[in-house]
Design a protein around this ligand. Sequence first.
Ligand code: NAP
Length: 513
Amino acid sequence: MSAVCAPTTRRLLRLALAGPPAAMQRHHSLDVSAPLLRTQGYVDGRWVSAASAFPVLDPATGQEIARVADCGPAEAKRAVDAAYEAFHSWKRFTAKERSVLLRKWFDLMTLHKEDLAKLITFECGKPMSESLGEVAYSASFLEWFSEEARRVYGDIVPSPARDRRILLLKQPVGVSSIITPWNFPSAMITRKVGAALAAGCTVVVKPAEDTPLSALALAELADQAGIPAGVFNVVPCSREKTPSVGEVLCTDPLVAKISFTGSTATGKVLLKLAADTVKKASMELGGHAPFIVFDSADVDKAVGGAMASKFRNSGQTCVCSNRFLVQSGIHDRFVEKLGRAMDAELRLGHGSEPDTTQGPLINARAAEKVVHQISDAVSRGATVLKGGRRRDGSFMEPTLLTDVTTDMLCTREETFGPLLPVIRFDSEDEALAIANASNVGLAGYLYSQDTSQIWRVAEALEVGMVGVNEALLSAAEGAFGGVKQSGLGREGSKCGIEEYLEVKYMCLGGLQV
Ligand code: NAP
C-alpha cells in the first residue's frame, strides 16, 4: 500500500461483478519512455547483463512485458563489493550533501510519476490510481529522509568523573542488503533505501522476481540524480536464482545489515542466514489485521474504511484487514451497507483501464489460495453474500462471507486477496480475544465513538499500528512495523533512520577541567 501500506484515494473502489474482466478483451501495452524501462542489473553505477534473462509478465493478461537480466551470486557479490567500496566515501559526504541528492531523486520521481505508475500497473496489476498513489508514497520517503538526514544527533551525557566527558555518536551501519516484495514494487524500496542513504549507508537491492522494472527505474533516476556509483545497486533475479543471491546478500561478511519486507516464512530463513555473521536486521513481515466494528461505530465510516482497507491492491497489502469482527447490534446494518458498497463501487479489469478498481492477483497461485479459503469456510458453515468465484487468469471476485467462525482458515492465516470474512461478536473482551489470537501483529483497526473504549481497545490490541476510525495508516511520518512475528524494527518516521545507525560511545579522559 502505501502499502502499506500505500495511501490511495478514498474513492478508489467501484465494482461490477458481472461480465469478464476487461483485461481479457482488449489489448494493453506498456508505453513508457525509454530510459525508464531498464532491463539490466545496476551495479557500481553501470548497467550490467547476465548470462540469461527472465520474463516479466503482466499479471492481468499473462503477456510478457520485458525480459530482465537474471543476476546470480556473482553479480550479487560484485554489487556487495561495489557497495562496500562506495561506503567509504559516501559516509564522508556531509549530511547536507546526502540530503540534496536524495531530494533530487525525489524531484525526478515526481517528474516521472506517470511512467513510474505505468510500470507498477503493468508488472504488479494494480489500477493506475493506486499506482500513482504508490509513486507519491514511495517518493515521499526520499523527501522525508532527505530532511531526516540533517537531524541525526548524538548525545553528550553528564559524566560521573570530573576529568571525563561522555559522548554518544551516531554512525552509519555500513552496506545494507535490501530484499523487497512485489506488492509495493517501488515504495518498499524507498522506505528502506531513503533511510539507509540518509544515514550514510550504501545498499544492494534485490527486488521480487515479479516486479523488477520499478526497482530498475529507480536506479535510472538515482543515476540521473547524481547518486554516486556503488551507493545504490540493484540485482534483479528469477525465483530460481533467488536463494543463491539471497545467500550472498545475507551472509557476505562485507554486508553489515539486512532489511527485508515479505512473508514471515522467508523472513525467518533470512534471519537464520544472517545469524552466522551477526548482522543487524530489520524485518517487515506478514500481517493478519483485525478490523473491529463496535455497536457505537458510525456505520457509514466503518463501511468506507472496510472498503478501502480490504480492497486496495485487490487485498494484497500487508495491512489489509483480514478478519472483520462486528458486534451483534450493528452487524446486520454493516453487512447490508457493505454489500451495497461492493456492488456500487468495485470493478474488475486491467489496471490501465480508467474504470478499474480491482486488478488481478499477482498469479494463479494467489487466486487458488483465496478459492481454497472460501471453500474451507463454506464447508464449515459460512455464507457467501457476494462474489466467491475465480475469473479468468488470476482475477478473483471480491467476496463477502458471513457466519464466519474462528475455526475457518480465512480467520487463521493471511489471505492476500479480496476476501472479506465477517465474524459476529457480543462483548469487547470477546473481540479482543479473537483479535489477539494470532502469532503476527502488524496493523489493527477499530471503529467506535466511545472514547474510553477507543483507549482500552487500542492499548490492548497486540499490533504495531492501530487505525482508530481510520483505515489508511501509511505515511512517511508514521512509524510502520509490527510486533510478534510481524517483524523487527520500524520504517518511516524519526525511527526509520535509526535502523541504519550504530551508536558509538566515546569517552574523553584525563581532562584538566
Ligand atoms: P516473499 O515470498 O517472502 O518474497 C519477498 C521477497 O523475498 C522477494 O523478493 C522474494 O524473491 C525474496 N525471497 C524469497 N526467498 C528468498 C531467499 N531464500 N533469499 C532471498 N530472498 C528471498 O513474500 P511475497 O509473497 O512476495 O510478499 C507478500 C508477503 O509480504 C505477505 O506476507 C505480506 O504481508 C508481506 N509484506 C509485508 C510488509 C510489511 O511492511 N510488513 C509489506 C508488504 C508485504 P522472489 O520474488 O524471487 O521469490
